[in-house]
Write a protein that binds this ligand. Structure first.
Ligand code: ADP
Ligand code: MG
Length: 171
């Protein structure tokens, strides 16, 4: 497991910029798993990913009522997953079947990037190599604490390089 990096985002724009920074380095097949409570900024970070990939503004809306939304128009297709409605409701076998039905493997192999909000229910079926972002409230209205970690060699290296460039601190 790679080192974890921590930064404070002082508003939605700062969180989007973190997404943008990540997006610059993303390649086909990359997965970003986004953890944190409702309103922490997971969808906001995905907006930053979309912006960094060059997708048109407004392309990301919360996909809570469908499981996957495709964001087109950028350097790579972005598949935005939100499994909120499944939290606490799937065993591993059901999660595996759902993943098959959603076709996330297909998306990844088709050259896209997958961002997953509320990954807990489908965690065991995600590719083990992935970027993990945890967002937490920081104690004032627009403050958020972001903790980023790379699982696997490539994501770990990617974050290490970005951390150096953006001054993110090791946890
Ligand atoms: P989630 O997807 O985690 O439920 P959203 O990104 O949909 O969260 O919503 C986060 C809300 O909090 C938005 O209304 C956003 O404008 C606001 N917000 C305030 N400060 C921040 C911040 N630093 N980062 C992200 N969102 C923030
Ligand atoms: Mg959301």
């Amino acid at each position: 497991m790679g080192a974890a990096w921590r930064l404070v985002a002082d508003g939605p724009e700062a969180t989007m910029r973190v997404g943008e920074a990540l997006a610059e380095r993303l390649a086909a097949g990359d997965v970003v798993a986004l953890y944190g409570p409702l309103g922490a900024g997971k969808t906001t970070l995905v907006r930053g990913l979309a912006r960094g990939l060059g997708a048109p503004e407004g392309a990301v809306v919360s996909p809570t009522f469908v499981y996957v939304r495709e964001v087109r128009g950028g350097r790579l297709a972005l598949y935005h997953v939100d499994a909120y409605r499944l939290v606490g409701r799937l065993d591993d076998e059901q999660a595996r079947m759902l993943m098959e039905q959603l076709g996330l493997d297909w998306y990844l192999e088709a050259g896209g990037v997958v961002a997953v909000e509320w990954p807990e229910p489908i965690e065991a079926s995600l590719p083990p190599e992935r970027l993990v972002a945890r967002l937490d409230f920081a104690g004032w209205p627009e403050g958020r604490i972001l903790t980023l970690q790379g699982l696997g060699e490539r994501p770990a290296r990617l974050l290490e390089e970005l951390a150096g460039r953006h001054g993110w601190r090791p946890v």
